[in-house]
Design a protein around this ligand. Structure first.
Ligand SMILES: Nc1ncnc2c1ncn2[C@@H]1O[C@H](COP(=O)(O)OP(=O)(O)OP(=O)(O)O)[C@@H](O)[C@H]1O
Ligand SMILES: [Mg+2]
Length: 789
C-alpha cells in the first residue's frame, strides 16, 4: 500500500497526526472525530512508509474488543504483518510482559490470573483463617477495596503505612500480607499485579528497561483520558529517551475516575512530555447533527471542561425518540419492539446497541429480547464467564496447571457434589495451616485424613487422584481438548445432566459453550507464527486460554454477527452503532445515585459530572438513530426487600431541546392536554432550566398497551432459543477409549477434524497421539478423542 491510499480517507488534521515524525504527540478531540482512526493509520504508515518493524510498535487500547477491532483494521491495511504488532489492553500487555519475564518476577510461566471474584474469595477465606470478624466495616469487600487501592498506588504490604490506632487498617494490612502469600504459593497474580509487577521490574532493572524501551520504538495509546497513575508511569518508562509516544483521547469521555483513572494524565500531557505536538480534530464523522447536538447539550453543563464543539457534514437526521414505559419490563418490551421494527426496516441487528447504566438493568432487557426472539449478546464477559459452573471449570483448569492453588482447590473439592462435607474441608484446612502446606499436599497426607470416616477418606483420595491426573495430562493439550477433559473427568456435565432440571440443562449448555469458546481459541491461534524472540517462551494453550477468560473485562466478549449488543455505558466506550437505545433515563439510574453514601459535596459533584460524561459517551455511540427510554417505576431494593418505586425522568433529558425530538420548540402552554404519561421537569431543576414536556399527543410515541398489574417478582422462564453452537461432539464418544493408532493412520478429531497419525506414546485411552491435522496442523491430543478416519 502506498502513502496516498493511507492518507486519502483523512482530513488535514488527521493526516498531520498520522505523518507526525518522531517525538510526543497528543490528539485531544471529541467523540467520533477519528482519533482511533488516526492511531490505526499512523501504525500502518509507520510500518509501510517508515519501515518500522511491526514488533517495534506497541499500541494500547481500553478493551480487548477495541484491540480486536484495531487488529482487524490493521490486518486489512497491512496483511499478516499486523500479527506481529503488540496490540492489546494495558492489562493484557502486562500479562504478556510477565509471561515473558516470569522468571525475573519469580512466577511460573503458566501463572494464573485472579479476577475480582477470585480476589474476594481469597480475602474471605483469609479473614476466616485469621479469625477476623465479618462485620460491615471489616467485610471482605471493604478489605479488598483497601488492598486494591494499595496496589494501584504501587504499594506492596512492606510499603504500606498504617497508623497504630487504625485498627481496621492494621487488620486489612494483615489480610493483605496473607493474601500476597497465598498468591505467591498459587503462582498467581491479580489484576493489580499485571501492571504493578511489570512496573517494578522495569524500575528496578536498568538493563531490562533498556531492552524493553528499545524494543518498543513507537508507543500509541487510545482513550488516554482514562489511564491511571501506574499506566502513565509505564508509558513514561517504555517511551525511553526516544519519546515516540502518541496518545489520543477526549477529556469529555473520562468515565473511569472511580477506578483510579486520572484525567490530568491527558490534560497535563504536554507537561509530562515537554515539546509535545498537539493536534485537535473538529469534524465528527460518526453521527447526525441532531445526535451531536443532544450530546453537546448534556456535556456542555459539566463543570470544568475544555469547550470543544464538533461539527458534522450529516445535517439533520432522524429525530431522537423517547420511549416511556410503566416499569422496566414494559421498557424492555418497548425497546425490543422498536429494535424489531428497525430490523424490519433493514437495519442489521449488529448495528443496534442497547446501553444501560447498571448491570442489574440487563435482566428485563434480556428477557424482552428473548420473548421477541431477537438474537442478542451481552457484551460483557461476566454474564457468561461469571457463571458458577464456568468458573468451576476454570478452577479445575487452573488446578490442572498448578495443584498448589488452594483457592481453586477449595472451590471445586465438592463440585460436583462428591460427599466431601464442609467439616472435612475445615479439618484439612486446619491441618494445612499448621503444617504450612498447600491443601493438595494435605490431601495426600495420611495423618491429615486418618481420623476421617472411610467414605470421606475415599472421596478425598479420588479427588486427589483427579487433580493430580489432570495436572499430569492437561498441560500440553490444546485448550478445547483440555476443557473437554476437565468436564469429563470431573463429571460436571454428567452430574448436571442427571439433575434433569431446567437449571441443570442451562448449566450443561454453558459448559458446552465454554468448550466451544476454547476450540475457537485454538482455531484462532492455530496458524500463529512462533515468537520471533527465542527467549519468549509460550505458555501452554490452557494458560493462554485462561488468561483470555480472566482478561475478559467489561467490554470483551466477542460480538457475533447478527445480534443486538446489550452492554453497560462503560463498556460502549469507543464503539459505534447505527441505532443506539439508552435505557433507564431516570434520576437515580442515569445519573446514578448510590443509595447509601456519606460522600461530601465535592465528591458528589465530581461523581455527577462523571455521570454526565457517561451520558455523553452513550449518546455519541449512535450514528443515525438515538432512542432514549425510561420506566415510570422501577424495582428497587429497600429495607423490606424488593419493591417498586416511582421514578423521575433523568435531569439529562431536561437538558435536551425538544426540537431534537422533532417537536415544536415550546409546547403551547394553554393547549389542552389529553391524559397520558407526561415527562416533567425534574423537581430539583432550577427555575429557567429547560423543561421537556412530552406526551402521546406529541405523536412520537407508540400506542400503549392497557395498564396492568405489577408483574410478579419471579417471572416464568423465557423460552429457550435454539442452540447456536454445534454440540455435535458427544461425551459418549470419549468414553469408548480408542486404542492407540498406528503411524500413518487416518483419524478424525471432534474439533480438529481429519489428520494423519505421526506418533503415539502411552497405551489405552490415556495415550497421547501426535497428529498432523489437515486444517489445524500438528497437534498432540489424547487417543480417546480420536476415531479412525
Ligand atoms: N476522515 C474520515 N473520513 C471518513 N470517515 C471517517 C474519517 N475519520 C473517521 N471516520 C469514521 O468516523 C467514525 C468515528 O471514528 P473513530 O472511531 O476513529 O473516532 P474516535 O474519535 O476514536 O471516537 P471515540 O471518541 O468515540 O473513540 C468511524 O466510523 C470512522 O471510520
Ligand atoms: Mg476511539
Amino acid at each position: 500500500m502506498s502513502a496516498p491510499d493511507l492518507l486519502q480517507d483523512l482530513n488535514d488534521a488527521q493526516a498531520a497526526a498520522v505523518l507526525h515524525g518522531d517525538g510526543p504527540l497528543l490528539v485531544l478531540a471529541g467523540a467520533g472525530s477519528g482519533k482511533t482512526r488516526v492511531i490505526v493509520h499512523r501504525i500502518a504508515h509507520l510500518v509501510t512508509e517508515r519501515r518500522v518493524m511491526p514488533w517495534h510498535v506497541l499500541a494500547v487500547t481500553f478493551t480487548n474488543k477495541a484491540a480486536g477491532e484495531m487488529r482487524e483494521r490493521l490486518e486489512a491495511l497491512l496483511g499478516p504483518q499486523a500479527r506481529e504488532l503488540w496490540l492489546s489492553t494495558f492489562h493484557a500487555f502486562g500479562a504478556r510482559f510477565l509471561r515473558r519475564e516470569a522468571h525475573r518476577a519469580g512466577l511460573p510461566p503458566d501463572f494464573a490470573i485472579y479476577d475480582d471474584d477470585d480476589q474476594l474469595r481469597l480475602v474471605k477465606s483469609e479473614l476466616a483463617a485469621a479469625g477476623m470478624g465479618d462485620d460491615d466495616r471489616m467485610g471482605p469487600r471493604a478489605v479488598l477495596t483497601r488492598i486494591d487501592r494499595w496496589k494501584s498506588a504501587g504499594h506492596l504490604p512492606g510499603g504500606v503505612k498504617v497508623g497504630d490506632y487504625d485498627v481496621e487498617g492494621q487488620a486489612a494490612l494483615e489480610i493483605y500480607r496473607r493474601y500476597e502469600k497465598q498468591l505467591a504459593r498459587a503462582g498467581a497474580v491479580d489484576f493489580g499485579d499485571l501492571l504493578l509487577r511489570p512496573l517494578e521490574l522495569l524500575e528496578s532493572d536498568p538493563d531490562l528497561l533498556r531492552y524493553w524501551s528499545g524494543r518498543f520504538r513507537y508507543l500509541l495509546v487510545d482513550e488516554f483520558q482514562d489511564t491511571s497513575a501506574i499506566q502513565l508511569e509505564l508509558v513514561k518508562l517504555l517511551a525511553g529517551a526516544a519519546r515516540n509516544v502518541c496518545v489520543v483521547g477526549d477529556d469529555d469521555q473520562a468515565i473511569y475516575r472511580w477506578r483510579g483513572a486520572d484525567v490530568s494524565n491527558i490534560l497535563d500531557f504536554d507537561r509530562t512530555f515537554p515539546g509535545t505536538r498537539v493536534v485537535k480534530l473538529e469534524q465528527n464523522y460518526r453521527s447526525t447533527s441532531r445526535i451531536l447536538e443532544a450530546a453537546h447539550a448534556v456535556i456542555a453543563k459539566a463543570a470544568r471542561r475544555r469547550e470543544k464543539k464538533l461539527w458534522t457534514a450529516q445535517e439533520g437526521g432522524a429525530p431522537l425518540r423517547l420511549l416511556v414505559a410503566q416499569d422496566e419490563h414494559e421498557e424492555g418490551e418497548k425497546v425490543a419492539r422498536a429494535a424489531a421494527g428497525l430490523r424490519a426496516e433493514g437495519v442489521r441487528l449488529d448495528e443496534i446497541a442497547v446501553l444501560y447504566r447498571t448491570n442489574a438493568q440487563s435482566r428485563p432487557l434480556e428477557a424482552a429480547m428473548r420473548s421477541a426472539r431477537l438474537p442478542y449478546v451481552i457484551v460483557r464477559g461476566q454474564s457468561f464467564y461469571e457463571r458458577a459452573e464456568v468458573k468451576d471449570a476454570a478452577a479445575y483448569l487452573r488446578l490442572a496447571l498448578n495443584p498448589r492453588s488452594d483457592l481453586d482447590l477449595a472451590r471445586v473439592i465438592n463440585r460436583p457434589a462428591r460427599g466431601i462435607g464442609e467439616k472435612t474441608v475445615e479439618r484439612l484446612r486446619a491441618y494445612a495451616a499448621v503444617k504450612e502446606l498447600p491443601l493438595i499436599e494435605a490431601l495426600g497426607d495420611r495423618d491429615a485424613i486418618s481420623e476421617l470416616k472411610p467414605a470421606a477418606r475415599k472421596a478425598l483420595a479420588a479427588f486427589h487422584d483427579l487433580v493430580l491426573g489432570l495436572n499430569r495430562d492437561i498441560g500440553g493439550l490444546d485448550a478445547g481438548v483440555a476443557v473437554q477433559e476437565v468436564l469429563t473427568r470431573s463429571e460436571m456435565i454428567e452430574k448436571f445432566r442427571a439433575e434433569g432440571s431446567d437449571e441443570g440443562v442451562e448449566r450443561v449448555e454453558n459448559l458446552l459453550e465454554l468448550v466451544a469458546a476454547a476450540r475457537e481459541f485454538d482455531e484462532a491461534h492455530a496458524g500463529e507464527p512462533p515468537p520471533r524472540d527465542p527467549e519468549e517462551q509460550l505458555p501452554s494453550p490452557v494458560a493462554r486460554f485462561l488468561e483470555q477468560l480472566a482478561l475478559l473485562g467489561d467490554a470483551d466478549a466477542p460480538t457475533p454477527e447478527g445480534r443486538v449488543a446489550l452492554m453497560t455505558l462503560h463498556a460502549a466506550k469507543g464503539l459505534e452503532f447505527d441505532a443506539v437505545f439508552m435505557a433507564g433515563m431516570e434520576d437515580g439510574t442515569l445519573p446514578y445515585e448510590r443509595p447509601w453514601s456519606d460522600d461530601g459535596p465535592a465528591e458528589v459533584a465530581a461523581a455527577q459530572d462523571e455521570e454526565r460524561r457517561l451520558c455523553y459517551v452513550g449518546m455519541t455511540r449512535a450514528k443515525k438513530l438515538l432512542t432514549l427510554s425510561l420506566a415510570r417505576r422501577r424495582m428497587g431494593f429497600g429495607e423490606n426487600g424488593p419493591s417498586f418505586r416511582a421514578t423521575e425522568p433523568s435531569r439529562f433529558l431536561g437538558d435536551l431541546p425538544p426540537e431534537l425530538f422533532g417537536l415544536p420548540a415550546r409546547a403551547p402552554a394553554a393547549a389542552p392536554r389529553p391524559s397520558g404519561p407526561v415527562i416533567r421537569r425534574h423537581p430539583g431543576a432550577l427555575p429557567g432550566e429547560p423543561v421537556i414536556e412530552l406526551d402521546e399527543a406529541d405523536g412520537f410515541q407508540e400506542s400503549r398497551p392497557p395498564p396492568r398489574a405489577a408483574p410478579p417478582l419471579r417471572r416464568p422462564a423465557a423460552p429457550r432459543g435454539e442452540p447456536e453452537i454445534d454440540y455435535s461432539y458427544d461425551q459418549s464418544q470419549a468414553s469408548g477409549g480408542g486404542a492407540p493408532f498406528p503411524r500413518g493412520a487416518r483419524v478424525v478429531h471432534p474439533s480438529l477434524g481429519e489428520g494423519v497419525v505421526k506418533s503415539c506414546d502411552g497405551a489405552g485411552a490415556e495415550a497421547k497421539v501426535t497428529v498432523a491435522f489437515f486444517g489445524a496442523g500438528e497437534k498432540r491430543v489424547l487417543a480417546r478423542f480420536l476415531r479412525p478416519g
